[in-house]
Design a protein around this ligand. Sequence first.
Ligand SMILES: C[S@@+](CC[C@H](N)C(=O)[O-])C[C@H]1O[C@@H](n2cnc3c(N)ncnc32)[C@H](O)[C@@H]1O
Length: 183
Amino acid sequence: MPRRKLPDNFYERIKPGLHERVGRELRLAGTVLDLGCGSCELVQYLAETYRQKVIGVDLASDNFPKKRHTHAGVRFRCIGRDATHIDFAADDSVDAIVSMWALHEMHHPKAILREAHRILRPGGKILVVDFPRDSLAQTLWHEDYHRPEDIAQMLREAGFREVRDRLTAYRQIAWVHGWKRAT
Ligand SMILES: C[S@@+](CC[C@H](N)C(=O)[O-])C[C@H]1O[C@@H](n2cnc3c(N)ncnc32)[C@H](O)[C@@H]1O
């Protein structure tokens, strides 16, 4: 679809579908960390749908929900931290890490990906979902976005293996995943 035909609320409209895709991709993880979780929507979706132990991390805690359980009573955590230094998580301690629509806002993405690599368990998966350069997002919000292949390269430099990048959702979303080498 040509970009000019996409509605301005395109990203809001595709968000539930992206949450479902993230959930399917990370469904086997027992513990999931969401870096740059914002208002914890994805955190709550994963906790409710897959009953995972989900922890959201964000610099700004003002948008965190007051209640820390889902409608069905599943508890989740939201922690105010700079993702460059996730001091509450031990090495090799989480099964999966996701970051949605946040990496482009992070001032030190390489340091954050190195920290993600530290706390991910061997064999664990990282998934980065973001707005790519030259997308509708750039037209709407004029921010500086990464190319999928640049995100992939940052993941490799942070130590991740079997990194794959692609554009999806009418090429308006960068979808990049990688693995921490199993020991
Ligand atoms: C566009 S919002 C996306 C929020 C959410 N992931 C979503 O899908 O709606 C980007 C978030 O990244 C957070 N952020 C930016 N730099 C960060 C950092 N260094 N550590 C943790 N969070 C950060 C911002 O505070 C913001 O809430």
